[in-house]
Design a protein around this ligand. Structure first.
Ligand code: FES
Length: 282
């Protein structure tokens, strides 16, 4: 559980996006795209879930990317190369169903960009035509552009403030891509849309693809405690049924998710952690 390397990928004066490579041979040997780990930075810290961005079986290491927002991610950010994490459990959750869908569109918002990278890479290797749309609040928070370009047939970038790429939201570009630059009805052959990011973004993506009838998967960032199906903290309603994000997900059919309930549950601690809710735009 030793940190082998650490790199700041992006940042503003309020927050940083950090990449760490961690020694975890058992997890590296098993993890697949879409799965996550739950870690504790220190013995007295809380557990947090992080997506496995890369698993290198030969070296026995995994790559994790996190945005320093709250107490635990900031604590994690104080650890350096050579330090060890207190604990790490994984791989958890179901892997992304990988098949040849034909054309897939992956959408990543904010630190969600890190989560779409392993999925984009694996879907590309499975023979899909991959279009990737990534968005951040501002250029300084955009990550993995080069890496995603290497595994995508097409890459689109948006920033909320127009500091890089197209000014606007990922959903603006998604609609254009799905309707051939906004000119008409849905382009034929769109097999799958896959989105990860803040809840308002995933909800907006779901609205667009529901309208155009395109199968859509989202990887949900529900609050978690144990990450193994015991506490119920990560409960979501999907298709009218109760599901636990940690063991039944983290991916679900976007059009079946009760977004309003998820939004409310995710904001339950916003009065105590207002700064996090503002920065992460959950
Ligand atoms: S995190 Fe406890 S049940 Fe999912």
């Amino acid at each position: 559980m030793k940190i082998i390397s650490k790199q700041i990928l992006a940042g503003t004066k309020n927050t940083k996006v950090t990449k760490i490579v961690v020694e975890a041979p058992l997890i590296a040997g098993k993890a697949k795209a879409g799965q996550f780990v739950v870690l504790m930075a220190k013995e007295k810290g809380e557990r947090i879930p992080l997506t496995v961005v890369n698993a290198d079986k030969e070296r026995g290491v995994i790559t994790l990317i996190f945005q320093e927002l709250g107490l635990t991610t900031k604590l994690l950010g104080t650890l350096n190369t050579g330090d060890s994490l207190f604990s790490i459990v994984g791989p958890l959750g179901h892997a992304t169903p990988i098949e040849n869908y034909g054309k897939v569109i992956l959408i990543g918002g904010g630190v969600g960009i890190a989560e779409i990278y392993p999925v984009a890479k694996t879907l590309k290797e499975a023979g899909n035509n991959v279009t990737t749309i990534i968005g951040a609040r501002t250029k300084d928070l955009l990550i993995l552009e080069k890496e995603l370009k290497a595994v995508s047939d097409e890459l689109h970038i948006t920033t909320d403030d127009g500091s890089y790429g197209k000014k606007g939201f990922v959903t603006d570009v998604l609609r254009e891509v799905l309707t051939n630059k906004g000119q008409g009805s849905k382009v034929k052959g769109q097999g799958l849309v896959y989105a990860v990011g803040p809840i308002p973004m995933m909800k907006a993506v779901s609205k667009v693809t529901k309208e155009l009838n395109v199968k859509t998967l989202v990887s949900l960032n529900a609050l978690m405690v144990d990450g193994t199906g015991m506490c119920g903290c990560c409960r979501v309603t999907v298709g009218g049924e109760i599901k636990f994000t940690c063991v039944d997900g983290p991916e679900f059919e976007a059009h079946l998710v009760d977004w309003d309930e998820l939004d409310k549950r995710t904001k339950v601690y916003c009065d105590k952690e207002d700064h996090i809710c503002k920065l992460s735009k959950i």
